[in-house]
Design a protein around this ligand. Structure first.
Ligand SMILES: Nc1ncnc2c1ncn2[C@@H]1O[C@H](COP(=O)(O)OP(=O)(O)OP(=O)(O)O)[C@@H](O)[C@H]1O
Ligand SMILES: [Mg+2]
Length: 276
């Protein structure tokens, strides 16, 4: 069976829409494109997990089965019994309305994973090794990363074929893009892995702001970034995208007519074409 393409959603900047992008891309990949999708929540904030399941259900799952904290062997997370295998932490068909979408939830205990694993050799390869056992069961695996390049993110990157950068079109984010590319070059060299950049997706775009339009145009045509692909679809600022997680639902199940839903449907089509 063909091996899944593994893609990390990455940006060192916080609050740019990485998680929103991961959750909705994962949903549309399964729902509209018939892909077998696994969404892996690498962020101790557990935002992706709680965007797809109510907190009570998440708590029960974490106690009984396990989360990324178990996969990464975080110390603060005490489950009863044996350490959980990665496959045991997968919630199959996390939304009954979207067959084919699986989730490995995260846990707060990942907060101190950098300390927990500080002395462990090969700590950035743990997930890659464990994921190998289930990779044949999926077409696409999406990794929702925290806004840093520490141990959890390094695990995601090491396991990934590609990364996607959700980015807000503003000046400081522009600076961040250079920094991110720089740091990735360093990580790739030091940890010896290969990864390709799928491109930048502009998020939280306020269509009425000339500043946003100008920044996007400047980046798309900048010499510095001519090797970076910029997705044509842009994600508008749309309050429905912020409301949906309150119901533990992706935008499609919250309000399929919202501009945010339309944008993520279009982005998913582009994403599938680009992934090949
Ligand atoms: N296009 C959008 N329109 C309106 N609100 C949005 C949009 N995208 C994301 N949001 C909201 O903005 C906040 C930050 O988004 P999100 O959590 O996806 O960002 P993030 O990059 O994953 O953040 P972090 O770096 O903390 O992980 C959330 O409350 C989310 O619901
Ligand atoms: Mg996030």
């Amino acid at each position: 069976m063909a091996k899944a393409k593994v893609v990390s959603l990455l940006n060192m900047k916080g609050g740019v829409g990485k998680t929103t992008c991961a959750v909705n891309l994962a949903t549309y990949l399964a729902r509209d494109h018939g892909k077998r999708v696994l969404l892996v929540d690498f962020d101790s904030q557990t935002n992706a997990s709680l965007s797809l399941m109510p907190e009570t259900a998440w708590e029960k799952w974490a106690d009984k089965h396990g989360t990324m904290a178990d996969v990464l062997e975080a110390r603060g997370k005490k489950r009863q019994g044996e350490p959980a295998a990665l496959a045991d932490c997968i919630i199959h068909n996390v939304l009954p309305e979207v067959p084919g979408l699986d989730l490995i939830p995260s846990h707060l205990a990942l907060t101190f994973i950098d300390l927990d694993l500080a002395a462990r050799p090969g700590r950035e390869r743990i997930v890659s090794r464990k994921l190998a056992k289930v990779i044949g069961n999926y077409d696409v695996i999406l990794c929702d990363c925290p806004p840093n390049l520490m141990t959890a993110t390094q695990n995601a990157l090491y396991a990934s074929d590609a990364y996607l950068i959700p980015m807000q079109p503003d000046y400081l984010s522009t600076l961040g893009l250079n920094l991110l590319q720089d740091r990735l070059t360093y990580l790739k060299r030091e940890l010896e892995f290969k990864i390709t950049c799928l491109g930048v997706v502009f998020t939280r775009v306020r269509g009425w702001l000339r500043y946003h339009a100008e920044t996007m145009e400047r980046l798309r045509t900048a010499k510095d970034f001519k090797r970076i692909h910029f997705f044509e679809t842009v994600i508008p600022e749309n309050i429905k995208l912020a409301e949906a997680p309150m119901e533990a639902k992706p935008i499609e199940l919250h309000d399929s007519t919202a501009s945010g839903a339309e944008a993520y449907r279009a982005l998913t089509k582009e994403f599938v074409a680009r992934l090949g």
